[in-house]
Every structure is written in C-alpha cells, then in structure tokens.
Design a protein around this ligand. Sequence first.
Ligand SMILES: O=C(CO)[C@@H](O)[C@H](O)[C@H](O)[C@H](O)COP(=O)(O)O
Ligand SMILES: [Zn+2]
Length: 196
Amino acid sequence: MLELIKANFTESIQTKIAASEALASPIEQAAMLLVQCLLAGNKILTCGNGGSAGDAQHFSSELLNRYETERPSLPAIALTTDSSTLTSIANDYAYEEVFSKQIRGLGNQGDILLAISTSGNSRNIVKAIEAAVSRDMPIIALTGGDGGDVAGLLGENDIEIRVPSNRTARIQEVHLLVIHCLCDLIDSILFPQGDS
Ligand SMILES: O=C(CO)[C@@H](O)[C@H](O)[C@H](O)[C@H](O)COP(=O)(O)O
Ligand SMILES: [Zn+2]
C-alpha cells in the first residue's frame, strides 16, 4: 500500500516537472489571450466531463469570486452546472450537444472557450469546440496524451495546453496546476498590487 501511495506521488511530481518545461510557453500565451479577452469586455466559458467538469467550475469560480487577492469579479460561466439545461439538452437531443447548444446561446464573438479533456476525444468537447469556432470564439484546450480529436480541430489562434502523460489522473492533476497558474498570471497582469 505504502509503495503504491509513494508511486502515485512520484509520478505526479515527475509529470509536473516535465510539464513545467513543456507547458510554460502555452500557459503564458493562454494567460495573454485571457487578459485580452477580459480587457475587451468579453467573458470566458468553461466545460469538461467528470473531474474536468470540476476543473471547469474551479476556474470559473476563481474568476467570478477571486483567486488569492482582493479584486473585482471577472466574467466566467461554467457550462457544467445547470442540471435543467444539461438534462433537457441530453434528453431531447444528445449528450454530445450539452455544451455546444449552450455555447450557441451564450457565446459571443471574442468570448473564450476553455475546454478541458484529458483524452481530447469526448464528443461533447469536440462539439463544443465546433460551436465555439462557429461563434468566432478563441479556444484554449487543456488536453493530454496525443491531444485526441481536439488537437486536430484547433486553429492557429487557438492554444492547446497538452500535459505530457497518458494517465487521466496525472493529467487532471496538472490541469489544476495550469488553472492556478492562469489565475495567478491574470491577477498579476490585471491587478499588479492585488488592488481592487
Ligand atoms: O476524474 C476522472 C478520472 O480521474 C473521471 O471522472 C473522468 O473525468 C471521466 O471519466 C471523464 O468522462 C473523462 O473525459 P475526458 O477527460 O477524456 O474528456
Ligand atoms: Zn479524477
């Protein structure tokens, strides 16, 4: 048991060290894109499944409320939270449409879609990206493995932050760190002294 625990910690740490080299540049680019979006008065929509739904909500709550310092609320919506909307879209159409239909209703040109998928292959994430493209929304995709179908859908102005791991749990652990880096960078650029 203790060996298994140690192995999980070791693998997580090693994945984070590898990611810190590979992902610093795309994380910086994503932070700049998010800041531009917010300065232009646009908003951020987030989505994901399972643990990644939690990550999508984690990020939107840190924007709407706060991260570490006092500052004004920033506009973000997690598309994973409205059970009436999610169940009716899944029931009347298909589960793969649960995010895309919300994006077509809520997304405006210049809003950002933050799409989270460890495999890059979840159909509702693929459909969400297609909907964002149709609304002229830039996309930031948090992925892992080989990037899956998501990687092939992104345009030159979109950003993929792909964790160098094939294990869902390890990828999710780095995704959360990436989300906290993005919050830290947004706050330090927009509110240098933590002023509100
Ligand atoms: O948290 C975990 C596994 O660690 C699961 O809930 C996991 O998020 C779910 O199986 C998701 O459906 C996986 O989707 P994706 O990351 O491949 O898009
Ligand atoms: Zn998980």
